[in-house]
Design a binder for this molecule. Structure first.
Ligand code: HEC
Length: 171
């Protein structure tokens, strides 16, 4: 009984630490997926936002992250033509201490944590509740690579970054 109380207290202490609820252990392993060094934002990344469906149907982030009245889910509009400007270098609407995309740093980018981890530090994993079948590890890795390649609005063509890097949070 005493033990139960102590661990309940420990849990509370944890949850109380602001933005401290990011848990790397809840992230999907992408370390073994070959890196992609040439990514076109429009075709690849906006393509995912528009339709990533892995359940055989059709589903996109934009099904929720678009702008009808009153506002898009998470206050984040990922519509074509708007998404890049809403993501790169922009603080999260829900937790301004987090930035959606830090070019060159997927590990610091909330967008990547949101698609790769069950406990990303702000809200839950995207797509919400596995909508449309959720993202495959390869689709999560594509977002990682786009950010690692500099998060350009056009096409990145990086010859190499660092052949020995460990990708993702779970080595
Ligand atoms: C079924 C609706 C739905 C779908 C589909 C969806 N989202 Fe979300 N999204 C939400 C809601 C609701 C929130 C706010 C709650 C949360 O963060 O858990 C949110 C929050 C977010 C945030 C954080 C916003 C902030 O200000 O911190 C990001 C980033 C995000 N979503 C990205 C995505 C991406 C990328 C996809 C597609 C792979 C996606 N979402 C698919 C509903 C959805």
């Amino acid at each position: 009984m005493l033990r139960l109380c102590v661990s309940a207290l420990a849990l509370c202490a944890c949850a109380g630490a602001a933005a401290g609820d990011f848990e790397p252990a809840t992230c999907t392993r992408i370390a073994d997926i070959p890196a992609n060094y040439a990514i076109a934002y429009g075709a690849a990344i906006q393509g995912l936002f528009d339709d990533y469906a892995t359940n055989g149907g059709s589903a996109g982030c934009v099904d929720c992250h678009f702008t009808p009245p009153p506002q898009p889910s998470g206050n984040l509009d990922l519509s074509p033509g708007l998404s890049w400007g809403h993501l790169v270098g922009v603080p999260s609407a829900l937790d301004p201490t987090q930035v959606y995309v830090v070019p060159g740093h997927p590990e610091l980018s909330l967008l990547f944590r949101k698609v790769n981890c069950d406990a990303p530090g702000v809200g839950g994993r995207m797509p919400l509740n596995g909508y449309g079948g959720g993202l495959l590890p390869e689709q999560q890795a594509l977002i990682y690579d786009w950010i690692a390649n500099g998060a350009l609005p056009g096409t990145s063509n990086t010859v190499f970054r660092d052949g020995f890097e460990i990708r993702g949070f779970v080595p």
